[in-house]
Design a protein around this ligand. Structure first.
Ligand code: ATP
Ligand code: ZN
Length: 302
């Protein structure tokens, strides 16, 4: 049995995660949720004084916005779309018959206007652009959303539905680079308070296909993405728990978002994998939170 299966089984046995029969789709216990809520509050204790505008979107987004964002160009393999039954009585009885006989019942399902949110910041850019040019000091947002990625796995740190808390900065190149630098420092301090081993390294997104390999290399060469990695399942392949992304003017160009002086806006975001940090805590400090180091308990529960 490999280490990943062992950790997932331990989490099921401890009742922290609840098996649904689908890899990467789990229920969470009250304790697991409490750890997430405390970690969420710890993030706010680092970022709350910056005056970010809090926005919460549901875990589904406008399909037209999703299409325009370019997500399907880079990550078609991860996307999840919402399809709905749009048939008449005849189609309904056909559907029921298919269910009865175990045949494919999805023929009359049609794509809806909703897709599952792939990262918390995707619905934000069109909203921000609709407001017009950025104010002189740019904008800063605080987001959290359940996200979907079609990457079924027995690695509990690779879920299909998970929460991402984000701060997103929009402004000039200098402003967004300074934001990312601040959060690279804060992220180290924050995870240090949780007494978790970590390293920060340059990274790339999981771009699809042959063209994707070139995009990944270019992203690395330009240092556009950094990750704070904590060993969760494996000491050899630590898990990205925080990401620090500089999008240059990608979203600014796609959405026509301008700075106060009329330049195309640059954007950056810091993303916190809420479940991944909770899993790292349980992995390193044990499934019984009462026995966690006093400093870690103090950082979370005060
Ligand atoms: P990975 O390299 O592990 O696939 P990523 O680079 O795709 O992660 P981002 O797109 O930067 O991750 O997402 C922001 C954060 O969301 C990550 O730092 C991570 O903590 C979390 N995250 C990403 N994918 C998953 C997943 N499948 N399950 C749980 N958390 C995830
Ligand atoms: Zn983001």
């Amino acid at each position: 049995m490999d280490a990943q299966v062992t950790l997932l089984d331990q989490l099921f046995d401890a009742g922290l995660l609840i098996d649904t029969g689908v890899d990467g789709l789990y229920g969470r216990s009250g304790l697991f949720e409490d750890v997430i809520a405390r970690f969420d509050a710890l993030i706010t204790s680092f970022g709350g004084q910056d005056g970010a505008e809090v926005v919460r979107f549901p875990p589904g987004m406008n399909r037209a916005h999703f299409e325009r964002s370019g997500y399907l160009k880079s990550f078609p393999q991860l996307a999840g779309t919402v399809h709905c039954f749009c048939g008449d009585d005849g189609a309904h009885s056909n559907l029921l018959q298919c269910l009865e006989t175990g045949a494919d019942w999805s023929a009359d399902q049609q794509i809806s206007d909703v897709v599952l949110t792939p990262a918390a910041c995707y619905p934000l850019y069109p909203m921000a652009a609709k407001r017009g040019a950025l104010p002189a000091q740019g904008r800063l947002f605080d987001l959290m959303s359940y996200c979907f990625r079609h990457e079924p796995s027995r690695d509990p740190a690779r879920m299909q539905m998970f929460r991402m808390r984000e701060y997103v900065r929009m402004g000039t190149q200098d402003e967004v680079i300074a934001f990312r630098k601040t959060w690279l420092e804060r992220g180290r301090e924050l995870i240090g308070r949780l007494d978790l081993p970590f390293e920060v390294d340059v990274a790339n997104d999981p771009f699809f296909g042959r063209a994707g390999r070139m995009m990944a290399n270019s992203q690395r060469d330009q240092g556009l993405k950094f990750e704070l990695l904590v060993p969760v399942n494996s000491a050899v392949n630590p898990t990205a728990c925080l990401s620090f992304n500089y999008h240059q003017d990608h979203f600014g160009s796609v959405w026509g978002l301008k700075t106060a002086s009329g330049e195309v806006a640059h954007t950056a975001c810091v993303g916190f994998g809420m479940e991944r940090v909770a899993l790292a805590l349980f992995r390193h400090h044990g499934v019984d939170v009462e026995t966690w180091p006093a400093s870690v308990r103090a950082a979370l529960w005060g």
